[in-house]
Design a protein around this ligand. Sequence first.
Ligand SMILES: Cc1cc2nc3c(=O)[nH]c(=O)nc-3n(C[C@H](O)[C@H](O)[C@H](O)COP(=O)(O)OP(=O)(O)OC[C@H]3O[C@@H](n4cnc5c(N)ncnc54)[C@H](O)[C@@H]3O)c2cc1C
Length: 310
Amino acid sequence: MQSELLKKFGNKLQKNKDISAYFTMHFRVKADYYIEVKTLDEWKKTVKTAHDLKLPIVILGGGSNIAVTKERINALVIRNRYIHSKKVSETKTHVEMLYSSGYPIGRIVKETTEKGLSGFEYHLGLPGTIGGAMYMNSKWTKPESYCGDTLVYAYIMTRDGKIRKEKKSYFKFAYDYSILQETKEIFLEGVYRFKKEKPEILKKRSQEALAYRKQTQPFGVATCGCFFQNISFDDQKKLNLPSSSVGYLIDKSGLKGKKIGAFEISTKHANFIINHGSGKPEDLERLLDIIRDSIRTKYRIELKEEVVIV
Ligand SMILES: Cc1cc2nc3c(=O)[nH]c(=O)nc-3n(C[C@H](O)[C@H](O)[C@H](O)COP(=O)(O)OP(=O)(O)OC[C@H]3O[C@@H](n4cnc5c(N)ncnc54)[C@H](O)[C@@H]3O)c2cc1C
């Protein structure tokens, strides 16, 4: 296996690689094999080779929505550094832009608001790549705005390396959901439709969203954002709760500030777990079990992770 991989990728392939730095929560973890892909051709070659060698792959965008609960990933970890964009079309009122999947969300927000293109302005402060945001259909809630909203069509690749073009409807975007979570297809490039608006208006919107984020969430710490999905409207009604926010439920269970090892439930937003530096996988597992058990006992609700557990 190793000699086949080295033959194909040479020194681009790294073995036994410490990949902690590529997760916003800085999990201490190594990958059996690691590679960065920067072009479409590299994507095709890497995925096809892994498929032919029956080597499992793990795709990493910005690593901001993944929780690692082991010390080693027995797979080829592919970090997406495929970053390019181009204008596809323009009318009097709209512009369509293509972004490759490794494009950082923060850069899209900055570039489009400056150019007066509305669609992503509420996502200022959302870490990660557009590929990860399509897999998760990442969102902002004030006002409700999903990263999948502006997608027109996209190019995706199956795990055996075949590329297809699909319209937005294919992705079945919903709360924390896209079809990619089931098909495991790889999001390569997307074309997004932006409405022309005054840059001052868009900048104001994005600054307001960022200010709200800073006010309500821990900032500048090692975390992977909200850990669990909010509860359904039906459950909220059934339990007569003032909020569907899981942060609210964890707070009401008295768990804010609870610490196991280096992992702590944020005192600012109880659905955020912070890694204070040297968090061990088993400590994270224990803290998660405490949260799940408390919510199950107090509210009879089974929490569902928003983050992807690897
Ligand atoms: C401080 C902080 C704040 C956050 N705020 C929000 C928020 O407001 N709203 C929100 O929804 N989320 C939020 N998140 C979570 C996260 O940032 C988003 O979901 C983000 O869009 C994930 O992108 P990523 O590139 O980091 O994905 P990753 O974490 O790298 O990957 C997430 C999943 O997507 C898969 N994936 C990644 N790229 C591709 C691809 N090209 N094709 C197929 N699959 C792929 C991965 O394999 C993994 O399963 C926050 C996280 C942090 C740390």
